[in-house]
Design a protein around this ligand. Structure first.
Ligand SMILES: Cc1cc2nc3c(=O)[nH]c(=O)nc-3n(C[C@H](O)[C@H](O)[C@H](O)COP(=O)(O)O)c2cc1C
Length: 272
């Protein structure tokens, strides 16, 4: 099959998903000697636009795992804004060393319903945005090695095929409920309403407001967060002054539980 254009399409508030999608899309573009186009849907304005793809397009789609599924506030984008039109897709999810549970199955189901032919998929362990220790150095050399193998396998299968190859079998259930976060005592915790706090180090530079994927932070007053926070941690991770933090007790208990229970190396997995 011919690939005329490769796309890197991702939601990635803290950057890990972006790095993996960009690397794979770039490798595939080189392999097919096709131009590469980047579609970053992290900011609200970018998610307003609809996109129609067609046969001959290969779209590498990426999302982080939130509570074992796709981030629920971004789900409408995956469901309503894309028309696959027979384009090929590769589905990638990242996760923060606990588990990807059902996020990859959900992304593959969305892409199939949109009219894409998914030809490869992968779930990659990455730094957990909540923590400075969980998978802090990932993706690492081994993960990028897995990603390169996935790219090579997709390129070979697509180049050889006359018809779109059958979709890979991925684990999980697209309709499963969200993972329920637990605290250090093992009981469920709820930090849905938690918002980032701002320390005296803030100089109101506006970086956090500009990066927030929900447009939740007041650009004139960074300490004010009138909008909905999805806990993506873009503001915490990218603040040049290190002025953003979460102090919600339920959130901190969940983070401590994750660090205690999920310190082992989680495996990145690919499917093609
Ligand atoms: C609200 C929220 C929920 C998350 N839920 C999970 C989860 O269920 N399992 C897991 O392993 N990581 C989870 N993570 C960690 C992210 O999937 C991981 O850090 C991801 O690589 C972040 O992607 P990004 O850097 O592209 O924003 C969660 C992160 C957030 C913000």
């Amino acid at each position: 099959m011919n690939v005329n254009r490769v796309y890197a399409l991702y939601f990635s508030p803290a950057g890990s998903t972006r790095r993996l999608v960009a690397t794979l899309a770039n490798a595939l573009a080189q392999s097919f000697e096709a131009p590469l186009e980047t579609l970053d849907i992290t900011l609200p304005a970018a998610r307003e636009e609809t996109r129609a793809f067609a046969a001959g397009d290969l779209v590498v789609c990426g999302s982080p795992t939130y509570a074992g599924k796709l981030p629920n506030k971004i789900l409408p984008y995956w469901k309503e804004k894309l028309t696959g039109g027979g384009a090929l897709a590769v589905a990638l999810v990242t996760f923060g060393n606990r588990a990807f549970d059902n996020s990859l199955a959900e992304l593959c189901a969305c892409l199939a319903a949109d009219g894409f032919h998914t030809v490869g998929a992968g779930a990659f362990a990455c730094r957990h945005v909540f923590s400075d220790t969980l998978a802090a150095e990932r993706p690492d050399k081994d993960d990028y090695g897995e990603l390169a193998k996935l790219g090579a396998s997709v390129a070979t299968r697509v180049a050889k095929a006359n018809e779109p190859p059958a979709p890979p079998a991925v684990p999980g259930d697209a309709d499963a409920p969200y993972y329920v976060p637990r605290g250090l005592d093992g009981e469920p915790v709820n930090f849905l309403k938690a918002k980032p706090k701002t320390s005296g180090a803030c100089v109101n530079c506006g970086v956090c407001a500009a990066l927030c994927p929900m447009g939740a932070i007041d650009p004139r007053d960074a300490a004010s967060v009138p909008g909905l926070c999805v806990k993506c941690h873009a503001c915490v991770r990218e603040c040049p002054m290190g002025a953003k933090y979460f102090d919600d007790p339920a959130f901190l208990s969940h983070k401590a539980m994750l660090e205690r229970e999920f310190g082992r190396r989680a495996r990145s997995e690919t499917f093609s």
